[in-house]
Design a protein around this ligand. Structure first.
Ligand code: COA
Length: 377
């Protein structure tokens, strides 16, 4: 008799070894390929982090230059992809749906040579797809990428048509590095399962985008921003939070399935947001966020001393991305622009030592049924 134990949601089931990232939920630690997140957030460009995830080491100056050139070569969208995005814009598609369509079409007009090359194409294309779609949906023509700008700066440039400030680029880069990988979350696992059939990475990442789109995965920073704007206007953090808790609602941006303490990404993003707002953003908005964090943490621990509910990644994501000028409708697509680094890294790791991912299910359906002709049903 084979083991019939069911682990719903695969909770606590280990299905792969990985060198990509390590999470310690009790200590509140996130390690990316051996480097504590804070270390990368302070020093790394997004290109360096992606190279690190793919190769398990940092690039030399020469490798970094060559990687930047590879990304620049793949950044333009083909006319066919642009036509597709125009059709999506005419239909007023949700940005994540448009991204899914654009990713699925990424090979149109671009030849790739094996999984590593597909990974480069995907990382390069996502910001261009999102920015082009956003402009088209707002009645503007897409802005072509600028080969002299970094990956993060290009995204901001293609969104607005204006070169971003260093502070904006650095803020976005810290965000991208903070959320690039996070163990076997649902979208990363989906990507690994798809590529384990030895299909291509474009198919795997298309599936991963679909998984990220679900509200249980990529969706909280928009509501966090709404809450913070509301409290910023009223000036009454405690009143807002108490009313929500009295109504039995959850406070967005607090609590996490894996972390029992403050999410380490919240710490990194909070410092990044503070530096950003000090260098020119609306400092008072950042102060509101800090007040909401302390007030909510205090109220939650008063009401639920049995739980440890601290700020999660979404809270300061909302603060930072809003400061940089990314519209909240693009928060999840911006998350995808970061996470594609992790998706592709996991796909390459899966292919390195592949075994098709093929779990079993416990059958609980009917037995010994007899066929009935259609006219008798
Ligand atoms: N505000 C108020 N109460 C919260 C809460 C929050 N943000 N998060 C969890 N709780 C409470 C729940 O109401 C529940 O109470 P109960 O025991 O009386 O039913 C208890 O904590 C456990 O919640 P549960 O949903 O089982 O925990 P989880 O580990 O599955 O939850 C989240 C993780 C992230 C889904 C949850 O904390 C949440 O919904 N947070 C708000 C949404 C959010 O910020 N999501 C982004 C995640 S990165």
């Amino acid at each position: 008799m084979t083991d019939q134990t069911i682990n719903e949601g695969l909770e606590n089931v280990i299905v792969a070894e990985t060198r990509r990232s390590y999470i310690d939920g009790d200590a509140g630690e996130l390690v990316i390929a051996g480097y504590p997140l804070a270390e990368l957030a302070e020093h790394a460009t997004f290109e360096e982090t992606v190279f690190l995830l793919w190769n398990d080491r940092l690039p030399t100056a020469e490798e970094l230059a060559s990687f930047r050139a590879d990304l620049a070569a793949y950044r333009d969208l083909s006319d066919a992809t642009l036509d597709l995005l125009r059709a999506a814009a005419a239909d007023d598609a949700d940005p994540m749906d448009a991204l899914r369509m654009g990713v699925a079409a990424a090979t149109l007009g671009h030849e790739t040579d094996g999984p590593e090359d597909e990974a480069r194409l995907l990382v390069a294309q996502l910001p261009t797809i999102v920015a082009a779609y956003w402009r088209l949906r707002n009645g503007n023509e897409p802005v072509a990428p600028d080969g002299d700008l970094s990956h993060a700066a290009n995204y901001l440039y293609m969104l607005t048509g204006e070169k971003p400030t260093d502070a904006e680029t650095r803020g976005l880069e810290t965000y991208l590095n903070s959320v690039v990988d996070h163990g076997l979350n649902a979208s990363t696992f989906s990507g690994r399962a798809i590529v384990s059939t030895e299909t291509d990475l474009v198919s795997a990442v298309t599936g991963a985008v679909g998984a990220l789109k679900g509200p249980l995965h990529g969706g909280a920073p928009g509501p966090v921003l709404d809450m913070l704007l509301d409290i910023h206007n009223s000036g009454d953090a405690a009143g807002y939070v108490e009313d929500k808790l009295d109504e039995g609602e959850r406070i967005m941006g607090f609590g996490h399935r894996v972390y029992n303490v403050r999410d380490p990404r919240a710490a990194v993003l909070s410092s990044a947001a503070e530096s950003f707002y000090e260098s020119g953003g609306e400092r008072a908005f950042f102060e509101t966020a800090k007040t909401v964090e302390t007030t909510t943490t205090d109220l939650l621990s008063e009401r639920r001393p049995d739980l440890s509910l601290a700020t999660n990644v979404e809270f300061y994501t909302a603060v930072l991305l809003h400061g940089i000028g990314i519209p909240s409708e693009l928060f999840t697509t911006t998350f995808a622009i970061a996470r594609v680094g992790g998706w592709t890294a996991h796909c390459l790791e899966q292919l390195d030592d592949n075994r098709i991912i093929r779990p079993r299910s416990a059958y609980v359906g009917g037995e010994n049924r007899e066929w009935q002709p259609v006219e008798e049903r």
